[in-house]
Design a protein around this ligand. Structure first.
Ligand code: RRO
Length: 309
């Protein structure tokens, strides 16, 4: 009942990890492969391996998480090797995330993917909030347009973009108008809400070391913002551009709400970090129960059908 068509492939269900969570090493990626998730995505890769920011750089907090990982990863070749060997034994197209820390690095990363045998779907992360001195690209609208123009000058494989949250109707309109110019496979909304601050009340202290405690917020805190972004883009983008809904998915009800807003695939970040890969099985069971109670047989019966007053 949860089968989800995305591009030309039908996944068993719409659930995935959010890039960054449980996908840094081959071992973690294999865990996701063995889990009930319909498919999974690799950690955002840079050209060279990166150590990332000093620890502690991630904290579970009562209603979610705060992180300033700083793009630690094993480098694009590590993840490409994994993806190429994965696709030898699996038919489901894998998702592959790249996040350069400059325009030129993004272009080089995508040139590498383009030149490779990779047959899956590439996600260009334009929204990392945690590299000191590097603003989130997709808050700069002319730069985003410029990058996508260059990318689509040579990149012919399926491509999506990971966006930061937007908070203003004018920004939804402006970003959608930019994205609609390009043959994107999808947009993924949202990345963590950048540069929040969590204070440990017993110590009067921040909970992560980098950037004096500022970091990206995920989990329950972000669901209303995530739903707004999914809905805003679902109602503004060309129907060929699918939406991946990410942000605040802890339960089957959260997954259901993202689908109701128009998401096709769903990514779980903070709750995967807290609960481990068993989270997928639980959320899928909860989602199926909700659908049975409402008399829906397929996700298509309610996807995007949010009612307004
Ligand atoms: O590695 C990170 O600090 C990170 C990335 Br690339 C991202 O896209 N989102 C996030 O919350 N952390």
């Amino acid at each position: 009942m949860l089968e989800t068509k995305f591009l030309d492939f039908t996944y068993e269900n719409p659930l995935m990890n959010a890039s960054g969570v449980h996908c840094m090493t081959v071992e973690e990626l294999d865990d996701l492969s063995a889990s009930k998730a319909g498919v999974f995505i690799t950690k955002s890769a840079t050209l060279q391996e990166r150590a990332g920011n000093p620890e502690p750089r991630y904290a579970d907090v009562p209603l979610g998480s705060i992180n300033s990982m700083g793009l630690p990863n094993h480098g694009v070749d590590y993840y490409l090797d994994y993806a190429l060997s994965y696709q030898k034994n699996h038919t489901a197209p894998l998702f592959f995330s790249v996040a350069g820390t400059s325009v030129e690095e993004n272009i080089t990363l995508l040139e590498k993917v383009q030149a490779s045998e990779f047959k899956g779907i590439t996600e260009l992360n334009l929204s990392c909030p945690n590299v000191p001195g590097k603003p989130q690209v997709a808050y700069d609208f002319p730069l985003t347009e410029q990058i996508l123009k260059r990318v689509f000058g040579f990149f012919t494989k399926p491509l999506g973009v990971k966006l930061p949250p937007y908070f203003d109707m004018a920004h939804f309109d402006q970003m959608a108008a930019i994205l609609n110019q390009f043959p994107l496979t999808y947009v993924n909304s949202i990345n963590s809400i950048g540069n929040g601050l969590y204070i440990d009340p017993t110590r009067d202290q921040v909970v992560i070391r980098p950037k004096e405690g500022f970091g990206g917020i995920g989990g329950e805190y972000v669901k209303p913002t995530a739903l707004a972004n999914v809905r805003a883009f679902a109602t503004r983008l060309n129907p060929e551009i699918k939406i991946i809904g990410t942000g605040g998915i802890l339960t089957g009800q959260d997954a259901y709400e993202h689908l109701l807003c128009g998401a096709t695939m769903l990514q779980v970040g903070t709750q995967l970090q807290k609960e481990g890969p068993a989270v997928f099985d639980r959320i899928l069971k909860e989602l199926s129960t909700i659908m049975e109670q409402k008399g829906y047989e397929r996700i298509e019966d309610f996807r995007g059908k949010l009612k307004t007053i």
